[in-house]
Design a protein around this ligand. Structure first.
Ligand SMILES: [Zn+2]
Length: 161
């Protein structure tokens, strides 16, 4: 699957520097308790739509609880108060099309939808209390990209239980 995110930060380099460490800072207590592996993502998309690949697609990246083992992550510089741009929408669309041609991608979800997989066979977390509620990359961004990518017939999150 592919999981789309926003960074909740306003700069590309700030995000890059956050991801470019192996060990998570101790300030992120809830995450550190589960593992000291730093958070990261396979791709990072800047405000102007430039796409940066941070990790090979097949390397495990820590970006979505429960689904990391099967999820390619795409981060976008932005937040709820710094909405994602049209250029980012186009770039995500192109990148998802590219990845879908290359791999057997079945699902495209926004990070906020990951919890809906919790009671499915796709969910893989050993600690049931290790969990987070997310809002990124926003409902409207997901609605818009799904409109653009209708022809790919990618599945979204399963119905909420
Ligand atoms: Zn996220």
């Amino acid at each position: 699957m592919i999981v789309l995110h926003w960074t909740a930060s306003r700069s590309l380099m700030g995000t890059y520097n956050t991801f470019n460490k192996s060990i998570l800072p101790s300030s992120r207590k809830a995450l550190v308790n589960a593992s000291s592996l730093n958070v990261s993502s396979h791709y990072l998309v800047d405000r102007d739509g430039s796409i940066y690949q941070l990790l090979p697609d097949t390397v495990f990246a820590r970006h979505v609880i429960g689904l990391n083992y099967c999820a390619i992550g795409i981060e976008n510089v932005g937040s709820d108060t710094y909405p994602l741009t049209q250029a980012q929408l186009f770039a995500n669309e192109k990148l998802v099309r590219y990845l879908t041609r290359k791999y057997n991608i079945e699902y495209l979800i926004g990070h906020y939808e990951h919890t809906w997989f919790k009671n499915t066979s796709l969910w893989r977390e050993t600690n049931p209390y290790y969990f987070s509620q997310k809002i990124d990359p926003g409902i409207s961004f997901m609605r818009r990209i799904r409109e653009e990518l209708q022809d790919l017939n990618l599945k979204g999150a399963p119905p909420k239980k």
